[in-house]
Design a protein around this ligand. Sequence first.
Ligand code: FES
Ligand code: FES
Length: 151
Amino acid sequence: MVKISININDRAYSEEVEDNALLVELLRDKLGLTGTHVGCDTSQCGACVIHIDGNSVKSCTVLAAQVNGKDLTTVEGLASEGKLHPIQKSFQNNHALQCGFCTPGLVMSAVDLLKKNSSPSEDDIREWFEGHICRCTGYKNIIKAVQEAIT
Ligand code: FES
Ligand code: FES
């Protein structure tokens, strides 16, 4: 077991985790932050993306023990005072989801993209989402949602 101290969505946590526990398991199974999804066991779907120290990362590819001392944001931490984050709002406006399973990961990725590139082209957006799979939407409205959030 390893002891870790982390900050998640502006709240401090001290936890004991198995050496081989995945970060996504800690978030979902131990801390109840089930907005972060698991859609594959091959690190391909992107449903598990969160932010670690402000950068989007697939939380199924990181050990919980590796995030000691880090600052994490999950999809639960995006809305503030009951108000959706602008990216969440633009996903809603553009009907950029159907079942919604992929949505938390895409939203977290999109927030990071717009932080790193304030005016991405359609190609930039498509390339950025390369590590995400959505089985429902055909991606068109997801791209539109990000484009709306730019303007
Ligand atoms: S669960 Fe992490 S990429 Fe699919
Ligand atoms: S909305 Fe269903 S997988 Fe993307």
